[in-house]
Ligand binder design. Structure first.
Ligand code: PXP
Length: 238
């Protein structure tokens, strides 16, 4: 199966916000990422709007012609935004409002009713739903029972261990992706994936629908340019 590359453009918004004007132009970068081969665009609007703003999410909707993925904590404001913008996919993450970046997946069971009700709302509108989780297989089975279409596996533990012990790093992710697939879920993955660790990750997970990559990809593009960077990430997924 092919694995889609969704480029997370939060960092582009961070750079733009540093000067308060419109350089770099987020909409142009999103369109260029697609022209250079990205299969999707991901944004993570946070309540403090420190990178992606609510207004950006509306402006991006008509520009993104591949798959638009909005990720975030499902507060009432976030749910309202997603229902109005109608992206192809929404990814639910358990971030506290001021958090620097996502640092864990959902503990599904204690949030089961909350997640199930929100997922139903999105599914009624035809928006694909994904829940951000770690590799615990019971937790993944619980994610399937919420009615979600996919899980996004939190890959930082893989990225941290990969340089020292690739086999130990990938093992829980293989088990997690099998559990997800057996439970009828699609599998996405993201966080700290990079040109160093992506190819191996992809080669060992036969049923990987999508990776969502921001930080390393934007950093690589400083040296390689965005076009060549996206080409290399796509090549790692071949
Ligand atoms: N997936 C989720 C749920 C995230 O919160 C992030 C970071 O915004 C990513 C993927 C992308 O992680 P990175 O920027 O490390 O590639």
């Amino acid at each position: 199966m092919t694995t889609n590359l969704s480029v997370n453009i939060n960092k582009i918004a961070t750079l733009r916000n540093a000067r308060g004007e419109n350089v770099p132009d987020l909409l142009k970068v999103a369109a260029d990422c697609e022209a250079f081969g990205a299969d999707g665009i991901t944004v993570h609007p946070r309540p403090d709007e420190r990178h992606i703003r609510r207004s950006d999410v509306f402006s991006l909707r008509p520009v993104v012609t591949t798959e638009f993925n909005i990720e975030g904590y499902p507060s009432p404001e976030f749910v309202d935004l997603v229902l109005r913008v109608r992206p192809e996919q929404v990814t639910l993450v358990p971030d506290a409002p001021g958090q620097l970046t996502s640092n864990a997946g959902w503990d599904v069971e204690p949030n089961f009713t909350f997640l199930s009700e929100i997922i139903e709302k999105f599914k009624d509108e035809g928006i694909r739903t994904s829940i951000f989780v770690g590799t615990d297989t019971d937790n993944i089975k619980a994610a399937a029972r919420t009615g979600a279409d996919r899980v996004e596996l939190y890959t930082k533990p893989y990225a941290d261990l990969y340089p020292r012990d690739p086999e130990a790093a990938i093992a829980p992710f293989i088990a997690a992706s099998k559990a997800a697939r057996n439970a009828g879920l699609g599998v996405n993955a993201g966080h700290d994936l990079s040109l160093m660790n992506l190819k191996f990750f992809h080669s060992r997970l036969p049923h990987l629908n999508e990776v969502s990559i921001g930080h390393a990809l934007i950093c690589d593009s400083l040296y390689l340019g965005l076009k060549e960077t996206i080409r290399r990430y796509k090549e790692a997924l071949r």
